[in-house]
Ligand binder design. Structure first.
Ligand code: NAD
Length: 239
């Protein structure tokens, strides 16, 4: 498969290594800073699929570019989700293919599933309060992380006593507090903690490196090259 990378930063470089180890060819590396390569330079159109890991403010316009070329796009960039309805619309009405995951790690997606199951149990256990913590490296631009938002939204969907998530500090009992810490080069730690007067129950995922995210993004690209529409990890992993 021929892959175009959009964004050649930490993730772009890690994805390139994994893609090549799985027999794929990287035909374009679009990044105004790291490579200077652009969409119109002649390489992008050769790609079967694009993988986009950039920064929140440019992600949506990159997706539009991919759609102009009718290329399936896999993206892990976080912090742009207010535009999601427009992307879903392009998939439904224009036949585009877009695979998004707030976290491409298979382990984190197992955590997502545990979180949904635990939240369903905990809805009836009002003696427990719940809060979340996420820790990432100091260059991360958005807070809370996209992964923490996914965990929070899934939790709120099942736990009636929690109404909305709040960053760092809640005002009401119905607020789900997400503490976001920025430390060193941490690739990503997420914790959901339930606490009663007598005990604590915690589910926790800690990434050892960026490799798990990169592998998931390449698996998603393989999936997006063969499937159409708006796709996600649950479609691919069949949870
Ligand atoms: P990074 O800062 O190392 O790399 C971002 C790259 O994007 C830089 O090289 C920058 O020059 C480039 N860029 C900026 N504007 C661009 C444009 N218009 N077109 C193309 N490239 C452009 O960041 P990173 O660690 O690689 O992370 C990238 C994004 O992926 C972040 O939003 C991060 O939160 C997210 N992320 C998601 C997952 C996941 O599993 N979904 C995992 C890790 C990181």
């Amino acid at each position: 498969m021929k892959i175009a990378l959009i964004g050649y930063g930490k993730m772009g470089k890690e994805i390139e290594k994994i893609a090549q180890s799985r027999g794929h060819q990287v035909v374009a590396r679009i990044d105004p800073v790291a490579t200077g390569e652009d969409f119109g330079d002649g390489n992008f159109e050769k790609a079967d699929v694009a993988i986009e890991f950039t920064i929140p403010k440019v992600a949506f316009s990159n997706y539009q570019k991919c759609f102009e070329y009718n290329k399936p796009v896999v993206s892990g960039t976080t912090g742009w989700l207010e535009k999601l309805p427009e992307i879903k619309n392009a998939c439904e009405k224009e036949g585009q293919t877009f695979f998004y995951a707030s976290n491409f790690s298979v382990g984190v997606n197992i955590l997502f599933e545990l979180n949904r199951q635990l939240a369903r149990i905990m809805n009836a256990r009002s003696e427990y309060d719940v809060e979340m913590t996420e820790v990432h490296h100091t260059q991360k631009l958005d807070a809370p992380s996209g992964t923490a938002i996914t965990l929070a939204e899934d939790l709120i969907e099942s736990i009636d006593r929690k109404k909305e998530w709040k960053l760092d500090k809640g005002q009401q009992k119905s607020d789900l507090v997400i503490k976001a810490l920025r430390e060193g080069d941490v690739p990503g730690i997420h914790t959901v903690k339930y606490e009663s007067d007598v005990d604590e129950i915690t589910i926790h995922h800690s990434a050892k490196s960026r490799q798990g995210f990169a592998l998931g993004a390449v698996l998603a690209a393989e999936f997006a090259a063969k499937n159409k529409g708006f796709l996600g990890m649950r479609d691919m992993l069949k949870f």
